[in-house]
Design a protein around this ligand. Sequence first.
Ligand code: GTR
Length: 331
Amino acid sequence: MKTLRTITHRTLLAAGLAVGLSVAASASATTWRGWNIHSPGYPNSVALKHFAQTITKKTHGDIQATVYNNAVLGDQTDAIQQVSNGAINFANFNMSPMGQYVPKTDILSLPYLFNSVKQMHHVMDGPIGDQFAADMKKKGLVVLSWFDSGARSFYNSKHPITKPSDLKGMKIRVQDNDLYVDMVEALGGNATPMPFSDVYQALKNGVIDGAENNYPSYKETNHYEVAKYYSEDDHLIIPECLCISKISWDALSAKDQKIVRQAAVAAAKEQRRLWAKDSREAKKYVANHGAKINKIKNLKPFQDAMKPVYAKFYKAHPDQKALVQKIRNTQ
Ligand code: GTR
């Protein structure tokens, strides 16, 4: 859970960074701060760094863009608001917590919505993705491109999961979105929403029994050390966005908007390429360092268990049923 100390610490740090930067930048240059949850070397971090460097280079230093890694500017939910209100200029966000801020994107957090990563890309790179971007723009976030984040599965410190009842009674960390609470409860577990950076300690201290994520994050966070059973149920294939604050975007000339957009498209291309490689390598790495991986062959019981999650979602958003169908029909 987010403590007051964490918020105060991060807010002060963010303010300090902002002051330091405005002193360092030349009088006429615009300083841009970018939020990133990951550590240097992670596929997203590498692509974001090149995005920032390209902008600085191609605007001949008129925009001095810098990425702040490891969520030092705040946790993801805070950062979404900060980009929206212009306190942070750009960011790479996972679409999971976005649903709380832009409800029309919540549909992306429905378990087993997509049947493959490839299909997710087709959807997000087409008119449906454009519609999500339009909804986000109304909330102050301009989507420039879509990143990959593979498929997420459950992992825990107790035993392998092969059927939904194996999750019974387990305390599972989820991201900040009510749909994930419904999802874990539908499987018989207890969902505990908490920021990404707190999960390792919580697993280590036994405050939670498990969490869920993709291989690159499972490796990056060292969660495999304290929750070694990784069971591939692929319950969530969720995209990520590279976005810029609408306030920053509107302040740009048409020429600079073109530079920024092109840099973002190139960043997504690079991120997806690095992602595919890193996912394979991360899986091998964790397996060689003690993780016990099992692929769940029969996903039907997991998919069937999600029926109440969908029913509740449709009750709250009857208009979204057609969109679910449209997404599923996009191959
Ligand atoms: C990662 C994702 C992060 C964050 C994290 C989490 O896979 O890239 O943006 O959403 O998962 O679980 O909090």
